[in-house]
Design a protein around this ligand. Structure first.
Ligand code: ARG
Length: 464
């Protein structure tokens, strides 16, 4: 047990208390950010004459070596230390002596951890954005190839009107595009540097907070030291945005699972992205989609956990806040895994285009268009609705679809039907007539695809 305090204490910390209090088991992943922050802090202390330039250099050199040694495996972040911050400071002092003890001048672990978490989260937001972009690329590829792949569109999970696979994928494109906007929005609001806030009330040293903020890639220093050490809004915003990403992935997964079922057979998931059953040889299960759907609950849980941790906290830092990390890390990792695997699954999925078109036909998705056809022949819509209802019934009795019913049968129901009905109710015609922007008609779809292509070519979140 190596701890950063002790002067005021006459007894050793109880072992269980120590273990309960420690966060090194999970905050060790902040090592890079901790060292990055400390290097900038030490440099600033040197420039400001708070420590000597020589000491600042020794500290920086020592910190760089710690990082190298951990990365090469020479040094392990071990559990004798309470948290990653104590580990770095203790090893530094062990290695470089007196100068190491000066690193913490004008700083508290409260602003230090606030900084580390913010730096770490900023990377995560960017990485999530890159993965979202990757998924959008795959979706757009599917769209470009499938503007004439007809399928039923559903309401109430019942076949409603025909559309195309491109159009269906486009709906998800919109969702994940909004997710990316949320990432950008979060980055903009969170990019404020807490370092220099001290424990809660700033420090008495002449720190150059602007310089620290700039060097760490922030837009400026946080303007209230109490808020700086106890603000976790950015994490909550990110976890909310991640929950929404998962909600989108989960809805998408649900469709994949349905489409993969024996009843639908709209798709075939690549062998590399599905698994079999230990007992039923015929099975090929959509595990990735099911797991993504399942893990959605976990990410919502992480958001709820942090919201609940924060709800009763008085200003400023409270140890409760240490609980932000496991929930946040779990959500970060889970969402990135889900995005990566889902993208891989979508990139290799096969669409059974004939099955999809047949399903659209068999499901009378062109019934609205048959009614519109009659309207074109002067029949009032309400009447046309009734006539087509009878037509559907007749098809059901004969186990056929509207486009395959002989004209003679149709004319028994209404003499307004003529030879041109077949052109009017073909899937292509039904879809292509829907040509207002946002609709599945090929011309409209192609315009939208061009907008999406341009968006993917240009709209990169700028990297540091
Ligand atoms: N491990 C702590 C955390 O994650 C670091 C901050 C400790 N500050 C304190 N006042 N005990 O929140």
């Amino acid at each position: 047990m190596a701890q950063l305090w002790g002067g005021r204490f006459t007894k050793e910390t109880d072992r269980l208390v120590y273990a309960f209090n420690a966060s090194i088991g999970f905050d060790r992943r902040l090592l890079l950010q901790d060292i990055e922050g400390s290097i900038v802090h030490a440099g600033m202390l040197g420039k400001q004459g708070i420590i000597t330039e020589q000491e600042a250099e020794e500290i920086t050199g020592g910190l760089v070596r710690i990082l190298e040694d951990v990365e090469s495996g020479k040094l392990t972040v071990d559990e004798r230390y309470e948290d990653v911050h104590s580990f770095v400071e203790a090893v530094l002092t062990e290695r470089i002596g007196e100068a190491g003890k000066k690193l913490h001048t004008g700083r508290s672990r409260n602003d230090q951890v606030a900084l580390d978490m913010r730096l770490y989260t900023r990377v995560q937001v960017r990485e999530t954005d890159i993965l979202l972009r990757g998924l959008l690329e795959v979706l757009l590829g599917i769209m470009e190839e499938n503007t004439e792949t007809y399928m039923p569109g559903f309401t109430h999970l019942q076949k409603a009107q025909p559309l195309t696979l491109a159009h269906h994928m486009g709906a998800y494109f919109e969702m994940f595009r909004r997710d990316r906007l949320r990432m950008r929005d979060i980055l903009e609001r969170m990019n404020i540097c807490p370092l220099g806030a001290g424990a809660l009330a700033g420090t008495t040293y002449p720190l150059d907070r602007e310089d620290t903020a700039r060097q760490l890639g922030f837009d400026g220093p946080a303007l209230n030291s109490m808020d700086a050490v106890s603000d976790r809004d950015y994490l909550l915003e990110f976890l909310s945005a991640l929950s929404i990403v998962m909600m989108h992935l989960s809805r998408f997964s649900e469709e994949i699972i349905i489409w993969n079922s024996d009843e639908y057979r709209f798709i075939e998931i690549d062998d590399a992205y599905s698994t079999g059953s230990s007992i039923m040889p015929q099975k090929k299960n959509p595990d990735i989609a099911e797991l993504v759907r399942g893990k959605t609950g976990r990410v919502y849980g992480d958001l709820m956990a942090l919201l609940t941790v924060m709800k009763g906290l008085p200003l400023a830092y409270n140890k409760d806040m240490q609980e932000d990390k496991e929930a946040a890390f779990d959500a970060f990792d889970t969402v990135k895994d889900c995005l990566l695997l889902f993208t891989g699954m979508m990139a290799t999925i096969k669409f059974r285009k004939e099955r999809m078109a047949e399903s659209a036909m068999r499901g009378f998705t062109n019934a609205t268009d048959a009614a519109d056809y009659l309207v074109g022949k002067g029949v009032p819509f309400r009447e046309a609705h009734g006539i087509v209802g009878k037509l559907v019934l007749c098809c059901m009795e004969k186990n056929t679809s509207i486009d395959a019913l002989p004209l003679s049968e149709m004319r028994k129901i209404s003499d307004k039907f003529e030879e041109d009905i077949y052109d009017a109710v073909s899937l292509r015609a039904c879809v292509d007539k829907r040509l207002t922007i946002g609709a599945p008609g090929r011309e409209a779809m192609e315009k939208v695809i061009a907008v999406y292509r341009e968006y993917l070519n240009e709209k990169e979140i700028k990297n540091e």
